[in-house]
Structures are given as structure tokens and as C-alpha cells.
Design a protein around this ligand. Structure first.
Ligand code: BG6
Ligand code: MG
Length: 222
């Protein structure tokens, strides 16, 4: 069986992917840009600054913005986001996640968080899940974000666990690519057209089942 599970946060443990979208949408509107959910798929899993760059790239009139101004806009988006996450309680844990975490712990398997979000510790605290994680990788110390495998390999290296003994759970295309490039077993949560590269895919978190994941993991490792 696997030795380490590495979970993404936003869109996997709780629906903060939606809050990130709403916060970016609000900021974009303040800049006179409209973004939709389809475009938002490209923002999932990547850092705050990279997301801002992708939004600014939509409008030719916004090119060549000074770094200071970009930082101010990124900060503004984060203020919108922080306002939204104030409402989070343990009731906001997505279905299927708590039983999966419970089984992982019972089986003596390590649990890490591999999220690009600097707000991740605060969100886990609000959900009441902070103590369940053996490690939260600090995204500020990760040089290359998803789809680079670094955030996932850092978690495995911390525990000296071989990458082939790790399972990564993700809702973003960038995250699935990162897990695959790390040589880990990728579990995708969401639609098959976005996450087709996943080693195993479920349509939503309620379908995350420990035994099923381990069965698929073992089959892939044969
Ligand atoms: C990722 C989200 O987990 O974290 C992205 O999928 C988000 O949408 C990124 O932009 C960075 O988050 P934060 O909280 O540091 O702005
Ligand atoms: Mg995510």
C-alpha cells in the first residue's frame, strides 16, 4: 500500500476553488475584464502572481504594468479572498474527504498538504483539519509551482519516502501533471476532459474511496 498521501486543498478538501474564482472575477471586473469558469480552469493550481499575469494578458491595454502595481492588485484579490474564507467552518469539508483522511490515519499512512495557496494553513484551521496533516509544504519555499513536480517531491523528500510509494490527489490539470512528473500515482477529482492525464479519476470527492484508490495504485505498480 502507499506510504504517503499528498492532498491538494482548494477544490479537493473544500470548495475554495470557487472562492478563488469569485475573488479573481471581482478583481478582473474592477479592471474591466470578464472571466468565466472555463478560463478559470487555467488558474487552478497556479500561484497568485501567475494567475494575475494570465488575467492581465487578456487585455492589450494592461501590458507593461509596473511590478508594484501588480503586487497591489494581487494583494487586493487576496483581500477579496480572505473576506470569502471567513465564513468557512468544518461543515465546508467536501463529502468523502473526512472518511478518506480517517482511513489514511488508521492505516498508519503519512498525510501531507501540497497546496500553492499561502492561505492553506488558515483554511485547514477553519475546517478543523490542521492537526491531521503530518506536513504542510510551504509554497513560499517552492521555487517552481505546478505543473512542476517540486511541491510533491518536497513532501516525499521530507519523509524520505520513494515517489513511487506516494499518491497525489488533485482537481487541477496543472496539479495532475505535477504528480505524474513526480512519478507518483495521480488521483483526479473532477471532469474527465480537464483531468484526462490522471492515473485514476473520480467525478467528485464523494467517490473518493480508500480501498478503491489502493486497489488502483497496486494495479498500476504491478
Ligand atoms: C491554489 C489555487 O491552490 O492556490 C489557486 O488552486 C490559487 O487558484 C493558488 O491562486 C494561490 O493561492 P493564494 O491563497 O496563495 O493566493
Ligand atoms: Mg486545487
Amino acid at each position: 500500500k502507499p506510504k504517503l498521501f499528498i492532498f491538494d486543498l482548494d477544490g479537493v478538501i473544500t470548495d475554495t476553488a470557487e472562492f478563488h474564482f469569485l475573488a479573481w472575477k471581482q478583481l478582473a471586473e474592477e479592471l474591466g475584464i470578464t472571466i468565466d469558469r472555463r478560463f478559470n480552469e487555467e488558474l487552478k493550481g497556479i500561484s497568485r502572481m501567475e494567475s494575475l499575469e494570465k488575467i492581465l494578458a487578456l487585455d492589450p491595454a494592461l501590458q507593461g504594468m509596473p511590478l508594484e502595481e501588480k503586487k497591489r492588485l494581487a494583494e487586493k484579490k487576496n483581500d477579496h479572498y480572505k473576506e470569502l474564507i471567513r465564513t468557512i467552518t468544518p461543515d465546508h469539508i467536501l463529502p468523502g474527504v473526512e472518511p478518506l483522511i480517517k482511513r489514511i490515519k488508521e492505516e498508519g499512512i503519512l498525510l501531507a498538504l501540497g497546496s500553492a495557496s499561502k492561505n492553506a494553513p488558515a483554511v485547514l484551521q477553519r475546517l478543523g483539519l490542521y492537526e491531521d496533516f503530518d506536513l504542510i509544504v510551504d509554497p513560499a519555499k517552492v521555487k517552481k509551482g505546478k505543473p512542476d513536480p517540486e511541491i510533491f517531491t518536497k513532501a516525499a523528500d521530507h519523509f524520505r519516502v520513494p515517489y513511487s510509494a506516494c499518491v497525489g490527489v488533485e482537481d487541477s490539470a496543472a496539479g495532475i501533471e505535477a504528480i505524474n512528473r513526480a512519478g507518483m500515482f495521480s488521483v483526479g477529482v473532477g471532469s474527465a476532459d480537464v483531468l484526462s492525464a490522471s492515473a485514476y479519476i473520480v467525478p467528485d470527492t464523494s467517490r473518493l474511496d480508500f480501498d478503491r484508490i489502493v486497489e488502483k495504485f497496486n494495479r498500476a505498480r504491478e
